[in-house]
Write a protein that binds this ligand. Structure first.
Ligand code: SF4
Length: 351
């Protein structure tokens, strides 16, 4: 391929990247499956937190077939702690689609990759460029920040126009001869150098950065829309009888579908006439649109008492419950109350 001259911005960030890049396992490969797995994990997770999950998942499911055929429960169990469980479910649906519609061969172009469940324009561009050298620019929050500052782009990044504006700018900067390195470089530059509160004094783009020269670094990117956060109360009873716990799998639609939990208090619980011992409340749990407050109590039901079991719940041994996938909120509740013996038995073996 004939080389076209690099835009000075692209040349600078690629040179910076050569010196500053972090060594990450998914950067040592062009295997689209491994790259896809890492990108899905990193969608709402920091690199340091995602790294051990990537290692565990790629070891448990080394090929797209292994992932497609895995029991959903074992995937959710390995995903436990990462949150946003719909990502894990979509991962498996996509693996099944690769097996069914692409004869087990990971699709090789942006237009095909974007058809996979859970894969949006950013992830499709990342996979297509890293694995197949397709010149598709990635655009995510980091890219918005870098480009809006360097080129003084005033488009509101929360607006519907933002993706188009920033994608065409990034697309005009991506070098045909090495799109993968450009994409890695701009993302890494946003993650490590041009951070929300950057240290511009050692930035190689300082001389050409519009935000820096106009003293507008703190102002850009412009983001107007504030997400409305809904406050939710979720209170649990940890009910024990004969060394077993009363638990259930969440079957209702939502981000915690397929996760396991203790008895969720929805009414006055008159059916349980026993004294409750208050447990320590886990910290307020923040999801993208929700703020969850949780209180919890422990109740030991006498061995010979015939308890009327609420619909959907059942008894389970602590070790079986330990092996089930649980929302982070519950994991926090458990680890904050290890002085309660039965909770000690179900404390997570890793996190
Ligand atoms: S000078 Fe500052 S604002 Fe501009 S690109 Fe560098 S780190 Fe970002």
């Amino acid at each position: 391929m004939q080389k076209s001259p690099l835009h000075p911005f692209s040349a600078t960030i690629m040179a910076w990247y050569a010196e500053h890049q972090r060594e990450l396992p998914w950067r040592q490969t062009q295997d689209p499956y491994a790259i896809w797995l890492s990108e899905i994990i990193l969608q709402q997770t920091r690199v340091a937190q995602g790294l051990p999950y990537f290692e565990r998942l790629i070891t448990a499911f080394p090929t797209v077939r292994d992932l497609a055929e895995a029991p959903e429960a074992s995937l959710l169990r390995l995903w436990q702690g990462l949150g946003y469980y719909s990502r894990a479910r979509n991962l498996q649906k996509a693996a099944q689609m690769v097996m069914r519609d692409f004869s087990g061969v990971f699709p090789q172009s942006y237009d095909e990759i974007i058809r996979l469940p859970g894969v949006g324009p950013y992830t499709a561009a990342a996979i297509a460029s890293f694995a197949f050298d397709e010149a598709k620019a990635v655009v995510d929050g980091n890219v918005y920040r870098v480009l809006s500052r360097v080129f003084a782009v005033e488009t509101d990044i929360a607006s519907s126009a933002a993706r188009g504006v920033f994608t065409s700018l990034a697309q005009s900067l991506i070098p045909m001869q090495d799109p993968a390195t450009f994409n890695q470089a701009i993302m890494e530059f946003g993650a490590l150098q041009c951070t929300p509160s950057p240290d511009c004094s050692d930035c190689p783009l300082r001389v050409s950065c519009a935000a820096f020269s106009e003293h507008r670094v703190a102002e850009l990117p412009i983001k107007s829309k504030k997400t409305k956060v809904k406050e939710i109360e979720m209170d649990y009873l940890v009910i024990e009888q004969n060394g077993q716990l009363l638990v259930r799998e969440r079957t209702e639609k939502g981000i915690w579908k397929g996760m396991w939990e203790f008895y969720l208090i929805e009414d006055a619980c008159d059916w349980l006439p026993f004294q409750r011992q208050a447990l320590k409340s886990p910290p307020v749990h923040l999801l993208s649109h929700r703020k969850i407050h949780c209180d919890a109590w422990y109740v030991q039901v006498p061995d010979n008492f015939e308890l009327e079991i609420p619909e959907g719940y059942g008894w389970m041994s602590p070790s079986d419950f330990e092996s089930k996938g649980k929302p982070v909120l519950l994991l926090n509740l458990i680890t904050d109350n290890l002085d309660c013996p039965i909770l000690q038995d179900i404390s997570p073996t890793y996190l």
